[in-house]
Ligand binder design. Structure first.
Ligand code: CA
Length: 436
């Protein structure tokens, strides 16, 4: 693990931003996730840090207060309209920025009156993508999900022979990645029944997938792989991902080359990038392989990864239908899973991705695949929860769901809790389904 615990993780720290001291906030002073926001549609985007229910404008702060103290590289990187320049630097630089933000926002900082004018209520800012995302890769690294989905189509042989030897992934579409809160239009496409006679029209089996993603920090040169021992140095931070999926389009198109238009119409991400350093208290061993499972090949194995490669990150999915919103009924929790249930770690995914010499670039988004768990209430998509639509979910309005209807809002939440540490959260990743 490259980030040891330090003063920024101290659970006793409090902030002069009062809302950050609320035990239920996702954004206490121990978190300090970075994002990009604008004060209005015509305003320039700038870099901010989430603190309680406020956003501190880091770019303005760096100009006004830090120029003398900070190395120029951080100040310059923070003054830009995206996180790209920051992501380009080494973990030591990210760590230095975190320390300085922590000290600025701590209770007792006498300069707080200089900073207050750079605080904006989170409810009044508009979040944007944290960086221009050049490439997006989606993995399929959760054994529970892969086994459940495999079982629906191949009851006797749910897992293909490669699954336990390599992190399965495919190249996604970066251009349609959208920030939380952006509506998602139901896609149209080709679907076909068992007679293999396709028609074109709106998807009838629209689904979500709860996933976790990471942003690549410094990239690697073409032709130069990344060792597993160094892999986490290339990870800037994590966000929540909803990999919306049109199951009926997917079923007809996915063989032999994998998902295409069933996935590329939209992928939603949460706006705040939680750094690996903030997550240091919540690292856990990689999932133990079952008796009889193959050991990973040497390039995908390290004792460090075995000991600390996982994240104890709890994930919730909530559904809020149009009718529930009209009747003022609270969102219904559909599932509660945990990211520690991954068969492959993020470090293994990154190392495998670059193992053929493929160059990963700063700002690339790499997602985990649907996060499911061993129990039914931990299944991370409707395909699994309703078992391909055969077990409808009853809603408090009297409605039922097998797949998403127009007007449905899907909300993903993520948070980390551990005895002796301050709870931190990822905020939300939301999206409402619009008619085709
Ligand atoms: Ca996916």
């Amino acid at each position: 693990m490259i980030y040891p615990l330090n003063e920024t993780h101290d659970p006793r720290l409090t902030s002069w931003v009062e809302s950050a001291n609320d035990p239920n906030t996702d954004f206490p002073i121990q978190n300090l996730p970075l994002g990009v926001f604008a004060l209005g549609e015509d305003e320039m985007p700038c870099i901010g840090v989430a603190i309680g229910d406020q956003v501190l404008d880091v770019s303005a702060t760096s100009e006004a207060l830090w120029a003398d103290n900070l190395t120029d590289v951080i100040a310059d990187a923070c003054a830009l309209e995206s996180l790209e320049m920051l992501m380009l630097w080494e973990p030591e630089v990210w760590s230095e920025l975190r320390l300085r933000l922590s000290r600025l926002l701590r209770t007792g900082n006498e300069d707080r009156f200089l900073l207050e004018e750079y605080l904006h209520p989170m409810s009044e800012v508009q979040m944007t993508l944290p960086t221009a995302i050049g490439d997006y890769t989606d993995f399929y690294c959760n054994l529970h999900h892969a086994t459940n989905v495999g079982r629906m189509f191949r009851p006797d042989n749910p897992l293909l022979p490669n699954y336990k030897h390599l992190p399965i992934g495919y190249h996604g579409r970066a251009s349609s990645i959208i920030i939380s809160g952006t509506d998602v239009r139901r896609p149209c496409g080709q679907t076909a029944g068992d007679d293999n006679q396709p028609t074109f029209g709106p998807s009838k089996l629209l689904d979500y997938e709860v996933e976790v993603g990471f942003f690549v920090g410094q990239g690697n040169r073409l032709g130069e792989p990344i060792s597993l021992e160094k892999a986490e140095e290339y990870i800037f931070g994590l966000c929540l991902v909803n990999d919306w999926s049109a199951r009926d389009l997917q079923r007809w198109e996915y063989q032999p080359l994998g998902p295409f238009l069933a996935k590329s119409f939209a992928t939603s991400i949460s706006p705040w990038v939680v750094t690996l350093e903030a997550l240091a208290p919540f690292r856990v061993p990689a999932t133990r392989r079952a008796e009889g499972d193959p050991q990973p090949l040497p390039y995908l194995f390290s004792t460090n990864n075995e000991a600390h490669g996982g994240f104890d990150l709890q994930l919730e999915v909530l559904l809020h239908t149009q009718q529930m919103r009209t009747q003022n009924i609270a969102p219904l929790k559909l599932s509660h899973g945990n990211f520690k249930e991954m068969y492959w770690t993020f470090a293994q995914m990154l190392t495998h991705h670059a193992s053929n010499g493929c160059n990963l670039r700063t700002g690339d988004l790499i997602a985990s695949g649907t996060v499911s768990g061993p129990t039914k209430d931990a299944r991370g998509c409707l395909l699994e929860l309703t078992w391909r639509g055969t077990e409808p979910i009853a809603l408090p309005t009297g409605e039922t769901r097998t797949f998403l209807q127009d007007g449905d809002e899907v909300v993903l939440r993520g948070f980390c809790e551990r005895e002796g540490f301050r709870r931190i959260g990822f905020g939300e990743c939301r999206g409402v389904v619009l008619p085709a």
